[in-house]
Design a protein. Structure first.
Ligand code: NAI
Ligand code: MG
Length: 368
């Protein structure tokens, strides 16, 4: 059987720099663990615009639809700020998400013990934290009609519409329950059923999907505002949180910051299962192209490396290999290896992007 396939879209700014380290990791798994992938590479964002005049060519889009997983670096940069909205680098990313129909956005908030001091919260509140926010990504208020700015009674009115169909709620709920079964087997669904009809339907559908097919998973419901408070108060009470596009946007950003640097945060966006049973999938760090540090070897590659780890876990059913990779990251951090973004106010001497990658490879080797 052919190896599973990965399409690498490194993009702009620090994207190619952090992706170079991910490629070291991919090669390591091929050489040392006999976990081989067919890796191809292509352009996205400003890099694609420079060559094709569009931030994602049709040929690249077609390739992304065929592979088992897309691994994306970052797009954008000041050079492209002058471009028309329709060809901005970010549009390449949106096209991928939209045409692959990646409706389930997974954002882990995981605290490595060595970085627990980095959090704005008390150490015992975040040490060992490992939660996952599942955000509905392709519907809800960011897409609902009617929308726009109209004039009514001589003043302007801004309109957006929160709209969810049962099937849209059902598919993201399934994704959250499936995920919970591979983790702590607990889902908390968040909406505002007290004041929003879409929230009432959300709660009803999530409960039905649970009762029909996932009764083994522990399910609770919480109003999203109360959820925000609980996330700050005692985040370890959660395992998987499933919520809509708008609340998920806010809650995932808040949860992410419980744990420290942008340079540490991976993400996955999953869609419907393909013919081979794997979900359509794209993995990418949460951070952008960081033009302020691009080209200087300062970028932290861990967010992108952990995104590959999510691919091992959620696309390729290689949870044990993902654990191995995450343990290597944990070991390197525990040893005090730090890129510049991971140094506190007291400073210290940072390693480069490549040195961080090499340290992770060395830790992988040492644990064999
Ligand atoms: P950013 O995430 O690129 O940078 C924010 C800050 O965090 C910067 O100070 C940067 O140096 C730092 N940072 C980010 N990633 C880091 C890493 N791996 N290691 C060390 N430090 C890191 O967000 P910003 O500055 O708002 O946007 C810059 C460009 O990136 C813009 O063109 C924006 O549109 C684009 N962008 C792209 C995203 C994507 O491709 N998914 C997401 C967010 C922004
Ligand atoms: Mg956001």
């Amino acid at each position: 059987m052919a190896n599973p396939s990965i399409l690498i879209l490194a993009g702009d700014g620090i994207g190619p720099e952090v992706m170079t380290e991910v490629k070291k990791v991919i090669n390591w798994f091929g050489a040392k663990r006999d976990v081989a992938f067919d890796v191809s590479e292509d352009l996205v964002g400003g890099a694609a615009y420079d060559v094709h005049g569009v931030p994602l060519s049709d040929a690249t889009m077609a390739k992304a639809q065929e592979v088992d997983a897309v691994l994306l670096g970052a797009v954008g940069g000041p050079k492209y700020d002058v471009l028309d909205f329709s060809v901005k680098p970010e549009r390449g990313l949106l096209r991928l998400r939209k045409e692959m129909d990646l409706y389930s956005n997974l954002r882990p908030a995981q605290c490595f013990d060595a970085l627990a001091d980095f959090s704005s919260l008390k150490k015992d509140v975040v040490a060992g934290l490992d939660i996952m926010i599942v955000r509905e990504l392709t519907s809800g208020i960011y897409f609902g009609e009617p929308r726009g700015i109209i004039t009514e009674n001589n003043e302007r009115v801004g309109i957006n519409t929160q709209r969810y169909t049962e099937s849209e709620i059902e598919r993201v709920a399934r994704s959250a329950f499936e995920l919970a079964r591979r983790r702590g087997n607990k889902v908390c669904s968040m909406e505002k059923a007290n004041v929003m009809e879409s929230g009432i339907l959300w709660r009803e559908v999530v409960q039905r999907v649970h009762d029909e097919d996932y009764a083994d998973v522990e399910l609770s419901h919480m109003y999203a505002d109360a959820g925000a408070m609980q996330l700050c108060r005692w985040p370890k009470q959660f395992d998987v949180i499933v919520t809509d596009n708008l609340f998920g946007d806010l809650l995932s950003d808040a949860a992410a910051m419980l744990t420290g640097s942008l340079g540490m945060l991976p993400s996955a966006s999953l869609g419907a299962p393909m013919a081979n049973g794997r979900p359509k999938a794209m993995y990418e760090p949460v951070h952008g192209s960081a033009p302020d540090i691009a080209g200087q070897g300062k970028a932290n590659p861990i967010a992108c490396i952990l995104s590959f780890s999510m691919a091992l876990r959620y696309s390729f059913d290689l949870g044990a290999e993902a654990d191995r990779l995450e343990a290597a990251v944990e070991k390197v951090l525990a040893d005090g290896v730090r890129t510049a973004d991971l140094l506190g106010p007291e400073g210290g001497s940072p390693v480069s992007t490549a040195e961080m990658g090499d340290a992770i490879i060395a830790a992988l080797d040492a644990a064999l």
